[in-house]
Design a protein around this ligand. Structure first.
Ligand SMILES: NC(=O)c1ccc[n+]([C@@H]2O[C@H](COP(=O)([O-])OP(=O)(O)OC[C@H]3O[C@@H](n4cnc5c(N)ncnc54)[C@H](O)[C@@H]3O)[C@@H](O)[C@H]2O)c1
Length: 470
């Protein structure tokens, strides 16, 4: 395939050489004359293991060249990758000026490019060109780049051209190896033709190919990198506590990483409601206090509890934002299949709503108020002393007599019964349904109303959170 790459820096140079290794013909474009010269001499623009050999090989085979002429590069290729820098502004915002400048140039060049009608091109129909954003950009950039190209070219997105988001996951130092062995190949696209072209481009790479929504693809790099940073900081904070206690932190983390069921696993990663129960809140507090007692600052570990409280406040705000007073709570214990109410996060939400004068009805098949004993009973009586007035063992009554139904755990019978009450507002704290098929109004705690493409959190502002007190 014929591919142009805008930006011959770190990622662009590695991408160009590796795509040529995969058999594609690559034209690099850069505003830096020296980088263009180096590529045309078969030399890399950066220092990295294996890159010099790849550049020399691509040059010798006539598969890699470079130019400063945008029109020449766009007209000679089917796909253009944008890999220019996206530095931070002084205030920490992402500076997309280079991306937008390249988009405008590509658009101007596309205005004069004829539709591809030869058999050599993988792009068919009315599509003239595919632009791929490889730089790290925030969600929404793909759309904006499309608007810039449409304006500069007078062409129509989805007919004449399209833009895919194809984030880069390589790490400096091992970039060539990473390029050929990525954790996965991710493409955000809105046209099936673009997906097939990208499957073809990366045919030689043995990694799962995932084609998804453009905004999901745009979000991934930030989620990945933030998580990587979090892992580093978490490991360091654990290490700092361990050092004070004369415990070998590396032994601790080695064993930590051996648990592939709960620690290094997809478990606990899905957005949902706050954590609770008799263990997590207590043990979090104990470790935090231990660190304090040894004068070790652990801001990330400390922030975990604060973030958890915020999720409860978010739930209260979301329920209040519906503007209806009769609220049915489907599930009171801290998770399904137990009657343990200790530190159940929904108990805090109910306590807060009662204090604000909401009419509450609660159903939890596992919670029998008269049978509660010990610390479980003590906890709930301290929070909601008249619990028995709100709890019923009839799910249908709660559904019928409430305007807002709050789903707090994944009991199977909820979904079934709720379909009988299509005129309610369902506030789902745990993503009870993967595909939302509720006929009434549906609000997810940390995800949008998928059907209406409207996010619940839009109505819940930071200011609202601060004003909510338990
Ligand atoms: N470096 C990494 O390890 C890495 C890994 C993954 C993703 N990324 C992302 O990839 C992007 C590029 O990063 P990089 O490290 O390669 O940046 P870089 O600064 O090394 O290279 C950017 C190149 O773009 C060129 N350029 C600027 N404006 C141009 C224009 N109008 N036309 C053509 N070329 C132009 C510059 O001259 C430079 O050569 C960034 O968004 C970065 O966040 C970087």
């Amino acid at each position: 395939m014929n591919i142009s790459i805008f930006g011959l820096g770190y990622v662009g140079c590695v991408g160009a050489a590796c795509l040529a290794k995969l058999g594609h013909t690559v034209i690099g474009v850069d505003v830096n004359e020296n980088k263009v010269r180096l590529i045309n001499e078969g030399k890399p623009t950066i220092i990295e293991e294996g890159i010099a050999e790849l550049c020399a090989e691509a040059h010798a085979k006539g598969l890699m060249s470079a130019t400063m002429d945008v029109r020449e590069a766009v007209h000679a290729t089917d796909v253009s990758f944008i890999v220019v820098g996206t530095p931070s502004s002084k205030e920490g915002h992402l500076n997309l000026n280079y991306i937008f400048a390249v988009a405008k140039q590509i658009g101007e060049a596309l205005a004069h490019k004829l539709p591809i009608i030869n058999d050599q091109s993988p792009i068919g129909g009315t599509l003239r060109h595919i632009v791929a954003i490889r730089s790290t950009v925030l969600p929404g950039t793909n759309e904006k780049v499309g608007e810039i190209i449409a304006e500069a070219s007078g062409l129509v997105r989805g007919k004449d051209f399209t833009i895919v988001s194809n984030p880069e996951f390589l790490r400096e130092g091992t970039s060539v190896k990473d390029y050929f062995n990525p954790p996965l190949t991710l493409v955000g696209a809105d046209m099936p033709e673009a997906e097939s072209v990208f499957r073809e481009i990366y045919k030689g790479i043995e990694a799962e190919f995932i084609c998804t929504d453009i905004r999901v693809a745009e979000m991934m790099k930030y989620v990945n990198n933030t998580y990587h940073a979090l892992k580093i900081v978490f490991g360091n904070e654990v290490g700092n506590i361990c050092k004070e206690l004369n415990i070998d932190s590396h032994k601790v983390m080695e064993i930590f990483c051996k648990d592939k069921q709960l620690n290094i696993s997809p478990y606990y990663f899905k957005p949902g409601f706050a954590y609770g129960g008799s263990c997590l809140p207590k043990d979090m507090k104990a470790l935090k206090t231990l660190a304090h007692d040894h004068y070790v600052d652990v801001p990330v570990i400390e922030a975990i509890g604060e973030s958890n409280e915020l999720q409860k406040r978010r739930a209260v705000q979301l329920i209040m934002a519906q503007g209806l007073r009769k609220v049915g709570i489907l599930g009171l214990s801290f998770k399904s299949g137990t009657d343990d109410l200790r530190c159940s996060p929904i108990v805090d939400v109910v306590e807060s709503l009662l204090g604000k004068g909401f009419e509450i009805r609660i159903y939890d098949k596992n919670v029998k108020v008269s049978e509660l004993t010990g610390t479980n009973k003590d906890f709930i009586m301290a929070k909601i002393p008249h619990l028995q007035h709100f709890v019923t063992d009839d799910l249908e009554t709660v559904c019928r007599e409430s305007d807002v139904l709050v789903v707090t755990n994944k009991e199977k019978d909820f979904a079934e019964v709720l379909t009988k009450y299509p005129n309610k507002v369902v506030v789902d704290l745990v993503r009870q349904w993967k595909e939302v098929d509720y006929e009434g109004h549906y609000e997810g705690l940390s995800w949008g109303d998928i059907n209406a493409n409207r996010s619940a959190q839009q109505s819940v502002t930071k200011q609202d959170f601060r004003q909510t007190e338990f």
